[in-house]
Design a protein around this ligand. Structure first.
Ligand SMILES: Nc1nc2c(c(=O)[nH]1)N[C@H]1C(S)=C(S)[C@@H](COP(=O)(O)OP(=O)(O)OC[C@H]3O[C@@H](n4cnc5c(=O)[nH]c(N)nc54)[C@H](O)[C@@H]3O)O[C@H]1N2
Ligand SMILES: Nc1nc2c(c(=O)[nH]1)N[C@H]1C(S)=C(S)[C@@H](COP(=O)(O)OP(=O)(O)OC[C@H]3O[C@@H](n4cnc5c(=O)[nH]c(N)nc54)[C@H](O)[C@@H]3O)O[C@H]1N2
Ligand code: SF4
Ligand SMILES: [Mo]
Length: 772
C-alpha cells in the first residue's frame, strides 16, 4: 500500500450542500487563481489565449471537440482546461538537488498532490540498483542503458510500452513502430482502463471503435442521453454543446446515481448572461439510477419501444433501416420481450413509469444521441450495456444520419489519436500489413499484453522491462498494492514524463526518468520548429503548437526520445527506419502515417487547414465493417452485481479538482467537499441501516472472491444524496480496493465503478489517517 503522509487533511474537511449549477464566474476566478499560483500572468496569457484556437495549443485536458473555425470564442476553454494547461506551464522546477535531498523511499511516502506540486522535471535521472537516490545521467548514457537492457531480454515480449492519452500522434506512431520493429505488440495504454469497453462493444456491433457523432450533430439532436458521465467537471465544454442543443429545441435526459451539478444547470462563462444569470437548466429529466443499472434501463426501454410498435405498427421502429442495415433483429426482439420488469426495477432503482416517460420522450424525437463515459465502461457488464445502447439506436435508425448517433465521450485529449496511430496490443492485420508494406519488416502478429495482463506478466516474471510514454501507471491501474509489486519486480522501469508522480517512486531494479517537453512548449528540432497533431473525441485531427520556452534546456521532445532510443536499440539489428530524419522533421513522420492510416492521405497538407481533418466513419456512410457486413443487434444477459447485506457498491470517481491521478487541491467544489479527498459519499438511509452517521471515520474494506483483504483506511463519511445502496469515493486513493481480476467481460477493463465494500470503524487513529 502506498505509505501515507500525515498532512492532517481530515481535520480540514468541511462539507457544504452540493451545488445545483456548474461553471460561471466563480469557475473563471478559480482557474485564474490556480494559474497565478503556478505561473506568471505573461505565461498565463501565452497559453490560455492561444488554447484551442486555430494554430494554437490543443487543450491538454479532455478530448471534447472545438467548435468549427470562425465559431470559436476568444477564450475557447473551460476552467479545468485552464488548470490543466497551467499545471504543465508551472514555473516550479525539480533540480538534481531535489533528488539528492529526497531519497526514493521518502518520495514513495509523499502524496500524489505533493509530488505533482514540485514542478517540472528538468534533466534525465537514473536510480541504479542498490541505490535509494535518483542521480543525473546524460541522455547518451540513458539511451545506452535502455538499449542494453532491451537487447539483453530473452524475448521482445519481455518488454512493455505503456502510453497515456496525452501523447501526440507523432510520438504515438513512432513508439508503436519502434515496439513492433523491436518485435512486440505489448502496447497497453490508458484506454485499456478507460473506453476499452466502448471500443469492444462498438467494434462488435457497428464495426468501428469510435463514436459516430460530430459537434454539429450534438447541436441538432432532438434528444440527448448523458449516461454515466459528469460533464460539469470532466468535459465542461460539453455543457456549451448541450446548451446550444437546448436552444435549438433538444431535450436532455441525464442518467446518474449522483445529482451532478453540471447535469442540473449550466452558467456559460463565455456569455455575459451566463455569468450574471441563473444559467440554463440542462437535464429535462434526471434518472437517479443504481450503480450498474444502465443495461437493465435500456433493456426496459427497448422492450417498451417494441411494445409501442405492436400497439401502432409501422410508427415506432424504422423498418427500412433495420431491414437494409442490420442483422439479428428477430432474435433480439424475442429476447427483449422476455425482459422482466421486476428485474429492471430492482437493477435500476427506477419505476416502470419513469422508464415509460423516457419512452415517450424517445417517441417524440426524430434524432437521438447517446453519450456515455466511465459510469458505463467501468463495470463487469459494460460491453453488453453499450451493445444495448446500440440496439436502442438501431431500432429507430438513429445511426448514420445528422443529429443522431453513438457518442462515447473520450477522456484524455489524444487518447483516440493514439489508438488511430496503432497504440493497441491487438491492432488488426490490415494495420500491420500497411506497416509491413511501408517499412519493409514483418511486425509480430500475436496480440500483446493490455494493462491488466501486463501487470500479471510482470508479477510472474514474464515481463522485465516497462517504459511509459506519459501517465502514472501504478496510480491509474487497479489493485495498487499488487501493481506496485509488479513494477518493483521489473529489471528496469523508465518514464517519459513532464512531472513527478508515484510511478517514478515505485522502481524496478534500475529506474530512469526521461523528462520531456509538454504541449505548451516550443519544439525546435534540426529541421526547424515543429508542431504535433491530435485527434479529439469526434475524430477531428488537428495541429497543436506550443509557445512557451521549454522548462529546461535539457528536455527532449517525446518524438526525439523515442527516435533516439529506437536508433540506439535497433542499430545493426532492426529494419532500416530513418529515425533521425523523423526526429528532425515531424512532417516526415506524418508522410509515413499518411501511407499507413486510412483517411489520413495527404496528411501534412490537409491537417494545417483551419479545423484540420475529420476522419471518415464508415457507419455514417452506411458501411459496417463487422463480420457480417451489417450492424448487429445483440442479445444481452443482465447479471446484477450481488451485494451482500451490510455492504455497498462503491464507484471510484474524479473530483472537480484533479486530472486523473493528479489531485490539484483537496476540494470538490460542486459536490460541496472541501479540505480532504478521503471521504466516502453514502446515502443517509444507508447510513441509518448500517448504524453509521455523517462524519464517522471508517475504513473501506473490499470484498472479493479471492478472500484477500483490501483496505483503504481513514475515510470520513459524508451523508450525500447518492442512490441508495451505492457509495462514491475518489480515485486514485481507492484503487487499492479494485481487484486486478475484477474486469469487464470481453474488454478486460477494470471494473472500478463496481467495488463491493463494507465500512468498518477506522483502525488507525485520526492523526495518522490522511491521504496518500
Ligand atoms: N477535470 C477533469 N477532467 C477530466 C478528467 C479528470 O480527471 N479531471 N479525466 C479525463 C478522463 S481520462 C476521462 S476518461 C473522463 C472521465 O469522465 P467521467 O466519466 O465523467 O468521469 P468520472 O468522474 O469517473 O465519473 C463518472 C460519472 O459516472 C457516474 N456513474 C458511476 N457509476 C454509474 C453507473 O453505474 N451508471 C450511471 N449511469 N452513472 C454512473 C458517476 O456518478 C459520475 O458522474 O474525464 C476526462 N476529463
Ligand atoms: N479506480 C479508478 N481507476 C481509474 C479510473 C477510475 O475512474 N477509477 N480511470 C481510469 C482512466 S479513465 C484513465 S484514462 C487512467 C489515467 O491514467 P494515466 O493516463 O496513466 O494517468 P494520468 O494521471 O493522466 O497521468 C499523469 C502523468 O502524465 C504525465 N504527463 C502529463 N503530461 C504529459 C506530456 O505532455 N507528456 C508526457 N510524456 N507526460 C505527461 C505526468 O508525469 C503526469 O504525472 O486512469 C484509470 N484509472
Ligand atoms: S472541455 Fe476539455 S478540451 Fe475543452 S477546454 Fe475544457 S478540459 Fe480542455
Ligand atoms: Mo480516461
Amino acid at each position: 500500500m502506498p505509505e501515507r503522509p500525515d498532512d492532517g487533511s481530515q481535520e480540514r474537511l468541511t462539507v457544504t450542500p452540493p451545488k445545483k449549477w456548474a461553471t460561471g464566474a466563480p469557475a473563471v476566478m478559480h482557474a485564474l487563481e490556480y494559474s497565478l499560483e503556478q505561473t506568471t500572468p505573461v505565461r498565463t496569457g501565452q497559453t490560455l489565449l492561444t488554447m484551442n484556437q486555430v494554430d494554437g495549443i490543443d487543450c491538454p485536458g479532455c478530448a471534447w471537440a472545438d467548435p468549427a473555425p470562425g465559431h470559436r470564442h476568444r477564450n475557447e476553454y473551460c476552467e479545468n482546461g485552464a488548470k490543466h494547461i497551467n499545471d504543465e506551464a508551472t514555473t516550479r522546477r525539480i533540480s538534481r538537488d531535489f533528488f539528492r535531498e529526497h531519497p526514493v523511499s521518502e518520495l514513495a511516502r509523499r502524496s500524489d498532490k505533493w509530488l505533482n506540486d514540485q514542478g517540472r522535471l528538468t534533466e534525465p535521472m537514473v536510480k541504479r540498483p542498490d541505490s535509494d537516490h535518483y542521480e543525473p545521467i546524460s541522455w547518451h548514457d540513458a539511451f545506452g542503458l535502455l538499449a542494453q537492457e532491451l537487447t539483453s531480454l530473452d524475448s521482445p515480449d519481455e518488454a512493455v510500452f505503456y502510453t497515456s492519452g496525452r501523447a501526440s500522434n507523432e510520438a504515438a506512431f513512432v513508439l508503436q513502430l519502434f515496439a513492433r520493429a523491436f518485435g512486440t505488440n505489448n502496447l497497453p495504454d490508458c484506454s485499456n482502463l478507460c473506453h476499452e469497453s466502448s471500443g469492444h462493444a462498438l467494434h462488435e456491433t457497428l464495426g468501428t471503435g469510435k463514436g459516430t457523432v460530430s459537434l454539429e450533430d450534438m447541436h441538432h439532436a432532438d434528444l440527448i442521453f448523458v449516461v454515466g458521465q459528469n460533464p460539469g467537471s470532466n468535459h465542461p465544454r460539453q455543457l456549451s454543446a448541450l446548451e446550444e442543443a437546448k436552444r435549438n429545441g433538444a431535450r436532455i435526459i441525464a442518467v446518474n446515481p449522483l445529482p451532478e451539478a453540471g447535469l442540473l444547470r449550466f452558467k456559460n462563462p463565455q456569455k455575459p448572461r451566463g455569468i450574471i444569470g441563473r444559467g440554463t437548466p440542462i437535464a429535462d429529466r434526471f434518472l437517479q439510477i443504481r450503480v450498474g443499472g444502465d443495461l437493465a434501463l435500456f433493456q426496459g426501454l427497448n422492450r417498451l419501444l417494441l411494445e409501442a410498435e405492436d400497439a401502432r405498427p409501422g410508427t415506432v421502429l424504422d423498418h427500412d433501416y433495420i431491414r437494409n442495415n442490420t442483422e439479428g433483429f428477430e432474435a433480439f426482439a424475442r429476447h427483449i420481450r422476455s425482459v422482466d420488469w421486476d428485474d429492471v426495477e430492482a437493477a435500476t432503482g427506477l419505476t416502470r413509469q419513469e422508464i415509460e416517460q423516457v419512452r415517450d420522450e424517445v417517441l417524440r424525437s426524430e434524432r437521438v444521441i447517446v453519450c456515455w463515459a466511465m459510469g458505463i465502461t467501468q463495470h463487469k457488464h459494460a460491453v453488453p450495456t453499450i451493445r444495448e445502447f446500440v440496439n436502442f439506436l438501431l431500432l429507430r435508425g438513429n445511426l448514420g444520419r445528422a443529429g443522431a448517433g453513438a457518442c462515447p465521450v473520450r477522456g484524455h485529449s489524444n487518447v483516440q489519436g493514439d489508438r488511430t496511430m496503432g497504440i493497441w496490443e491487438q491492432m488488426p492485420d490490415s494495420f500491420l500489413d500497411s506497416l509491413q508494406e511501408e517499412f519493409g519488416f514483418d511486425p509480430p502478429r500475436h496480440h500483446g499484453f493490455d494493462s491488466v495482463n501486463a501487470i500479471r506478466a510482470m508479477l510472474e516474471g514474464r515481463v522485465k522491462f516497462f517504459l511509459s510514454l506519459a501517465g502514472n501507471f501504478v496510480r491509474a491501474a487497479p489493485d495498487s498494492m499488487v501493481t506496485e509489486e509488479a513494477l518493483r519486480a521489473c529489471r528496469l522501469t523508465a518514464h517519459i514524463s513532464t512531472k513527478l508522480n508515484r510511478t517514478h517512486t515505485v522502481c524496478g531494479r534500475t529506474a530512469l526518468i526521461l523528462p520531456t517537453l509538454g504541449r505548451t512548449e516550443r519544439d525546435v528540432q534540426s529541421g526547424g520548429e515543429q508542431f504535433v497533431t491530435v485527434e479529439n473525441s469526434m475524430s477531428e485531427v488537428h495541429t497543436s503548437r506550443g509557445r512557451l520556452q521549454p522548462a529546461s534546456p535539457l528536455l527532449l521532445s517525446e518524438v526525439a526520445i523515442i527516435c533516439r532510443l529506437a536508433h540506439r536499440t535497433l542499430a545493426g539489428r532492426g529494419p532500416d527506419i530513418p529515425w533521425s530524419v523523423f526526429e528532425s522533421d515531424y512532417g516526415e513522420i506524418r508522410d509515413r502515417i499518411a501511407n499507413v492510416v486510412p483517411g489520413l492521405h495527404d496528411f501534412n497538407r490537409r491537417v494545417t487547414r483551419p479545423g484540420g481533418i475529420r476522419l471518415p466513419n464508415a457507419v455514417n456512410e452506411g458501411v459496417f465493417h463487422t463480420e457480417v457486413g451489417k450492424a448487429r443487434f445483440t442479445r444481452n444477459e443482465h447479471e446484477a452485481p450481488s451485494v451482500p447485506d451490510g455492504h455497498l457498491l462503491l464507484q471510484t470517481l474524479r473530483s472537480h479538482d484533479q486530472w486523473n491521478t493528479v489531485p490539484y487541491t483537496d476540494n470538490d467544489r460542486y459536490r460541496g467537499i472541501h479540505g480532504s479527498r478521503r471521504v466516502v459519499l453514502v446515502n443517509p438511509d444507508d447510513l441509518t441501516a448500517l448504524g453509521l452517521a455523517d462524519g464517522d471515520r471508517v475504513d473501506l474494506v473490499g470484498v472479493w472472491k479471492d478472500g484477500a483483504e483490501r483496505r483503504a483506511d481513514g475515510f470520513t463519511i459524508v451523508a450525500y444524496p447518492t442512490k441508495t445502496g451505492t457509495a462514491a469515493a475518489y480515485y486514485p486513493e481507492t484503487n487499492v480496493l479494485v481487484p486486478l481480476d475484477s474486469v469487464a467481460d470481453g474488454s478486460n477493463q477494470p471494473a472500478s465503478k463496481s467495488v463491493i465494500v463494507r465500512l468498518e470503524p477506522a483502525v488507525r487513529p485520526a492523526e495518522v489517517s490522511v491521504p496518500g
